[in-house]
Design a protein around this ligand. Structure first.
Ligand SMILES: Cc1cc2nc3c(=O)[nH]c(=O)nc-3n(C[C@H](O)[C@H](O)[C@H](O)COP(=O)(O)O)c2cc1C
Length: 170
């Protein structure tokens, strides 16, 4: 099965873990790639979020309220060559960041298997799986994986990713 990981992740000042050079979700995306051979595609906004955590929260709320589709530095034109699509991001106020939808809106999901994952600091998958079911018309959306951002480097978290991808089938 050929797979791709589409994700958003933000470095800099982060909830609970201080300043980080690599975002928590990126760590999980890389584990998935390591265990499955999946290609990685990160959704980067042309205008990055503030490196300051509180400012970033304000920006995220404003984007969610307006249901924005922030412009990305690059887009996937299609996902024709892939069967399984892992979709991941941090939970931002119960949802995926809007940048994920900037990319998803451009893709056709008919016949694909979508595997949602998030990093978070308490809310688990929140509304992310429900949102993907609505956005990815024609896809089968599997059980999701939620990992606490502060725990991404723990062996337990890496094992949870391994078990999840094995259960779903590589
Ligand atoms: C704008 C913003 C909103 C957040 N909202 C939530 C939330 O609703 N629930 C939660 O558990 N964590 C929330 N968090 C914490 C992040 O989901 C968590 O730190 C995540 O691991 C960050 O991933 P990243 O480093 O890949 O960007 C929020 C963080 C930010 C910056």
């Amino acid at each position: 099965m050929k797979s791709i990981v589409i994700y958003f992740s933000r470095a800099n000042e982060n909830y609970a873990v201080g300043n980080i050079s690599k975002g928590n979700t990126e760590v999980i995306a890389e584990y998935i790639a390591q265990f499955t051979g999946a290609k990685l595609f990160r959704c980067d906004p042309v205008v990055p979020y503030s490196s300051n955590y509180k400012e970033c929260c304000k920006e995220a709320v404003a984007k969610q309220r307006s249901d924005a589709r922030p412009e990305l530095t690059a887009y996937l034109d299609d996902i024709d060559g892939y069967d399984a699509v892992y979709i991941g991001g941090p939970v931002y106020c119960g949802e995926y960041p809007q940048e994920i939808y900037s990319q998803l809106d451009r893709l056709s999901f008919a016949g694909k298997t979508v595997r949602p994952f998030v990093t978070h600091e308490g809310s688990g998958l929140a509304r992310c799986v429900v949102a993907l079911k609505a956005k990815c018309a024609g896809a089968t959306v599997t059980d999701g994986l939620a990992v606490r951002g502060r725990n991404v480097y723990l062996e337990d978290s890496k094992n949870a990713v391994r078990e999840w991808v094995q259960r779903l089938g590589r």
